[in-house]
Design a protein around this ligand. Structure first.
Ligand code: SF4
Ligand code: SF4
Ligand code: SF4
Ligand code: FES
Length: 830
């Protein structure tokens, strides 16, 4: 590994060296650059192309320093610091040379700062100011404002403002793993250009690293200058990774921009398309602003206090009559809202709580608890893993930023990647092993790998002390690789390769998604394997939390049932749906029947949803931009959501007032509820000072192996298995034009072109059925059939069909009345 790379890994023991910078003796790790050594010791060297997260680029030469023994100044960002080196960072010569480099840049850069989005927070502006450049000898060439085409409609590219630092090109390759951008031409003609636009996933990484206003976002309808806005750091509302960013709000009312900072954990400045561009829904005209109540005369606005009175009266009368009330709670609501609903439900004689977090995170938390696995871990622990197993998860559609962490571990630490998924994923490009198992057969392969590890005595010493080890090892003795590889549909060589990598791993990282949690035996097999390798302590065992507070919802509510069970219960005459829309993920018939049978339907949300038309009372609950509260991210740590916009959404106030009316305590503030949650034992103080999940605290030792059925129990009779993949877009933005303009249609990439509604099929199956790209097929299950046009996907195993549940594509849910996302189907042309 090159020294400049090695120093970034954070792993390994570095020896220290001494050098002199600006006549001051300093120490640093061998392998660090002069720039890094200077910064560590509080000495500032100006830079332009250097970016902390990227490998050194060395394109601008602004960071030049004088080094004793060298005739000419050298770039400090690309030169390793050496023992005994003598460095000068500031001199008249350096100042003039930097001035000249900047003047050269300005010849090509239009001075349109007054109309540039980056004005006021532009690195070039700052550095030109610092170098006292008052005029350039030559004017900028070319048209004043040349807007060149770019890879994605979400980003504008002002080519003339580009200073050719190359950060965007490197970020796209190194961080996002794409390679959409490149340098074209040479010398004066050189320019950055998109070369492979079909591969762009609109992550905006390039935009976030651009030091000038060459790349700017084109989402917000309202633009503002940095001095006109209030900037509030908060947490992304869209998925469970818990990315941090700051929201710019103008006049307390309009979200105008979103800023990331490379130093903010856990995302280090990266976001996915939804996080980066999916914030402008908070400005949408369709926002629900006042409560709406249905009376015999129709539906009309009511005051917040009347809304509370209406809800109290209806719910109390149901309770008095001995009728039950169901609570269906979003896995995106804040911890504090969820806690209030739980307390409220506790006031009813017959109440049931459900959340979609049940499907994935709820099952995971239950099993982690049972097996005594630690839950709270830091994503960055992946960076010290030498092997990373990604099972049943597509990190592009499920969690792009977690995918970035895997790529970073590969880049910095040479980590090897093993994939377990029937389809190609964005990580296929860098994987050393890809087990394309028949859907539902993962447990066979995972147990075969575990059998090999115990057989060769390659498990960690700690695993032998875990309860059930001897019993588990005995059961595994019968797990022969050959028949299991055959049954799972992978070759023995493929299984052998994966076995060897995992067996030899010193620090195993395990990431898994709903492809695994679909079946209990797959989940058990994966967690048992993790225990054998002590991955929960030496590495990471990380489930993907899809919704932004799935962990909080599953942990706080504790006794939850599946949403379809709640909706199917006939004893529940009242239903309170809080920030959720079951039409999005359940068979339409189930939801319609449930809603039609309710005597009182109360819905709370920020934007209109499909369950609202039948509601007796609708309350506006606000978005992440107005809410104060917390959520628990997929790593088990608490993240703050801070109110960036004015206006008090009534969600929290409505809940606490209703709770008081039913005899509950009166909480004065969100913080008081947060305190109560901590006292209840769900949360405890965590590593980052913000708290983390208590029952499964970091460092918990494995308690026991879990003996589920070792054989897969899902059985399929029809020739194809349809995998429904969820894109975790926020439910209430799917039916309306309320989502960030363009997001829904630009979330593209060679692996997931979702601009058109297509069923993915392998080339072999397309040939067998006799269809070509775009042809129609009929998919039939035990419960129904739908027609779809096909798209041929490379890397998808034969016998498997893949479909993205997204926007108005929920007609496929009629193929199954359960929440199972693996459906037994047959397919025919036409
Ligand atoms: S948006 Fe992401 S994938 Fe597209 S060009 Fe920029 S960095 Fe590359
Ligand atoms: S577009 Fe921005 S990040 Fe890319 S090379 Fe130009 S100035 Fe650098
Ligand atoms: S990965 Fe998740 S938390 Fe991060 S920006 Fe995307 S949706 Fe938001
Ligand atoms: S910052 Fe070192 S060459 Fe650009």
């Amino acid at each position: 590994m090159p020294a400049l790379l090695a120093n970034r890994s954070g792993g390994g023991v570095m020896d220290r060296i001494k050098l002199t910078i600006d006549n001051k003796e300093v120490e640093t790790d061998r392998g660090k650059t002069i720039l890094e050594a200077a910064r560590e010791n509080g000495i500032r060297i100006p830079t332009l192309c250097y970016y902390k997260k990227l490998l050194p680029i060395g394109s601008c030469r602004i960071c030049i320093v004088e080094v004793e023994g060298y005739a000419n100044p050298i770039a400090s960002c690309t030169t390793p610091a050496l023992e005994g080196m003598k460095v000068i960072t500031q001199s008249d010569r350096l100042f003039m040379m930097r001035q000249n480099y900047l003047k050269f840049l300005l010849i090509h850069h239009p001075l349109d700062c007054p109309i540039c989005d980056a004005g006021g927070e532009c690195d070039l502006q700052n550095i030109v100011f610092e170098h006292k450049i008052e005029a350039v000898d030559l004017a900028a060439v070319g048209p004043k404002k040349r807007l060149a085409s770019y890879a994605t409609p979400l980003i504008k590219y002002f080519e003339n403002r580009c200073v050719l630092c190359l950060r965007c090109i490197h970020a796209c390759r190194e961080v996002s793993g794409r390679g959409v951008l490149d340098l074209d031409q040479k010398g004066i003609e050189a320019h950055m250009t998109p070369v492979n636009t079909a591969d762009c996933i609109s992550c905006g990484e390039c935009l976030s690293v651009c030091p000038v206003g060459a790349l700017t976002e084109s989402v917000s309808r309202i633009k503002s200058r940095v001095w006109q806005v209030q900037r509030t750091q908060t947490t992304c509302p869209h998925c469970g990774f818990g990315c941090r960013f700051s929201l710019d709000v103008q006049g307390g009312r309009y979200a105008t921009d979103l800023i990331t900072n490379v130093d903010d954990k856990p995302n280090s400045g990266s976001l996915c398309v939804m996080g980066r561009f999916g914030y402008d829904f908070v400005n949408h005209d369709a926002r629900i602003k006042r409560p709406l109540a249905r009376t015999s005369e129709g539906t009309g606005e009511v005051s917040p206090s009347d809304a509370v009175a209406i809800a109290e009266k209806a719910l109390r009368s149901l309770d008095t009559e001995g009728k039950g009330v169901g609570f269906l709670i979003s896995a995106r609501a804040s911890n504090e809202e969820i806690y209030l609903i739980k307390e409220l439900a506790g006031k009813f004689k017959n109440a049931a709580l459900a959340t979609p977090a049940f499907y994935h995170t709820g099952k995971v938390l239950d099993l982690y608890k049972l097996m005594g696995l630690s839950y709270a871990y830091e994503y960055d622990r992946l960076l010290s893993c030498d092997v990373i197993l990604v099972a049943g998860a597509n990190l592009l559609s499920n969690n792009h930023v977690l995918g970035n962490k895997v790529r970073e571990a590969v880049k910095l630490n040479g980590a090897k990647v093993v994939l377990l998924d029937p389809s190609s994923t964005p990580l296929s490009r860098i994987a050393q092993s890809h087990l394309r198992a028949i859907p539902g057969q993962d447990a066979r392969l995972l147990n075969a790998i575990s059998a090999r590890i115990t057989d060769e005595n390659a498990c960690s010493p700690e695993a032998k002390d875990v309860e059930g080890f001897v019993h588990f090892s005995r059961i595994l003795e019968s797990f022969n690789q050959t028949p299991n590889a055959q049954e799972a549909g992978v070759s023995l060589e493929e299984l052998e390769r994966a076995c060897k990598l995992i067996k030899d791993a010193k620090h195993l990282g395990v990431i898994f998604g709903s492809g695994i949690t679909q079946s209990e035996e797959s989940l058990a097999a994966l967690l048992n394997l993790s225990l054998l390798k002590n991955a929960h302590k030496d590495g990471v065992v990380a489930p993907i939390a899809r919704q932004s507070n799935a962990v909080g919802a599953a942990a706080i509510l504790e006794k939850i049932i599946a949403p379809e069970e709640l909706l199917g219960r006939e004893d529940l005459a009242g239903l309170f749906i809080f920030q959720d829309d079951p039409f999005h993920y359940l068979n339409r018939g189930i939801v319609e029947r449930a809603l039609a049978g309710k005597e009182f339907l109360l819905v709370g949300d920020a934007l209109p949803t499909a369950v609202m038309p039948g509601a007796d009372l609708v309350i506006p609950t606000g978005t992440f931009a107005e809410k104060q509260g917390t959520s628990i991210a997929g790593d088990g740590y608490v993240r703050e959501r801070r109110a960036a916009m004015n206006g008090s959404p009534m969600g929290f106030d409505f809940l606490r007032e209703l709770l008081v009316r039913f005899g509950g305590p009166k909480y004065e503030s969100v913080d008081q509820v947060k305190q109560k949650i901590q006292e209840s034992g769900v949360l405890s103080a965590g590593g980052d000072g913000e708290g983390c999940l208590t029952p499964l605290h970091q460092g918990a030792a494995g308690k026991s192996f879990y003996m589920a059925s070792l054989e897969p129990t899902l059985s399929f009779k029809r020739p194809y298995t349809l995998i429904l993949r969820d894109l975790f877009l926020n439910h209430c933005f799917l039916d309306k034009d309320a989502y960030s303009r363009g997001i829904a249609t630009v979330y593209t990439g060679t692996n997931y072109p979702i601009t058109t509604d297509r069923l993915f099929i392998s080339a072999a199956d397309a040939e067998k059925i006799g269809v070509r790209e775009g042809d129609g097929v009929t998919i039939t299950s035990e419960e129904g059939s739908v027609k779809k046009a096909v798209s041929i996907k490379q890397g998808l195993r034969s016998g498997v069909l893949e479909y993205l549940l997204f926007q108005d594509r929920r007609d496929v849910l009629k193929l199954s009345s359960s929440s199972q996302k693996l459906i037994d189907v047959s397919v025919e042309k036409g």
